[in-house]
Design a binder for this molecule. Structure first.
Ligand SMILES: Cc1cc2nc3c(=O)[nH]c(=O)nc-3n(C[C@H](O)[C@H](O)[C@H](O)COP(=O)(O)O)c2cc1C
Length: 211
């Protein structure tokens, strides 16, 4: 049987360990907040604009949160960026092989599907991350609807993609064409099947950008 003193000592040890863990978590959170504030001071207010498709997808099966949204969430956590999710006013909830065909038609016909939702007050942002999956060699067509409707010329734009082999494909070129007077940075690509374990890659990329 453990003596009362031993039990008490164990109890104190557990309390001390918990307190120290909570202090560390608090310190990490404070330093993340401090980092976000420093970013804002240096580079103004950030926004992440993204499209992402949950459901059945290549290589990752049926996913509840799309690959690109996971990257967008990392960016917001690390930089304090606001988010705007581009959502098409049409149904993409279908098996992968079917979606491939629908997306191919859209791209071939240069369709610009309508969007739901509005981005308010885009003028408040100086730096805009733009991210999406590669669909047939570029961003999904509904992202081009966003490019048509929102003028980001004069801002800094940082493109990123998730993909399964095409990398950045023609996404950066297409953003440059959409916004010839923006400062469009080189861009970052990550495999869709890697994003869940790839937080550190996103972190390194952002560090490389001085964020
Ligand atoms: C319609 C469709 C077309 C795709 N075309 C390509 C492509 O051309 N090149 C590529 O590397 N991956 C392609 N993919 C794979 C996606 O880019 C990849 O799975 C991405 O991570 C999906 O991101 P999301 O979950 O945010 O939508 C395609 C996927 C779909 C659904």
């Amino acid at each position: 049987m453990m003596s009362a003193m031993k039990k008490f000592q164990s109890f104190i040890a557990v309390v001390v360990a918990m307190l120290s863990m909570s202090c560390t978590a608090h310190a990490n959170q404070s330093s993340a907040n401090q980092q976000n504030e420093n970013n804002m001071e240096k580079q103004g207010k950030f926004l992440v604009v993204f499209f992402s498709h949950a459901g059945e997808n290549y290589s990752v099966g049926n996913i509840e949160v799309g690959n690109t949204k996971i990257v967008a969430d990392y960016i917001s956590e690390m930089t304090g960026a606001d988010q705007f999710e581009i959502v098409a006013d049409k149904d993409y909830d279908m098996p992968y092989m079917q979606l491939i065909e629908v997306a191919k038609q859209e791209a071939n016909n240069g369709e610009l599907p309508a969007m739901v939702g509005k981005l308010e007050n885009v003028d408040q942002y100086d730096t805009v991350f733009i991210g999406g999956p590669v669909w047939w060699g570029t961003y999904p067509q509904v992202m081009f609807t966003f490019f048509r409707d929102y003028d980001l010329n004069g801002k800094t734009i940082i493109p990123f993609t998730t993909h399964e082999g095409s990398g950045l494909a023609s996404c950066v070129d297409d953003v440059r064409k959409a916004y010839p007077d923006a400062d469009v940075k080189p861009g970052f690509a990550i495999y869709g099947h890697e994003v869940r374990s790839g937080r550190n890659k996103v972190e390194e990329w952002l560090k490389g950008l001085g964020m």
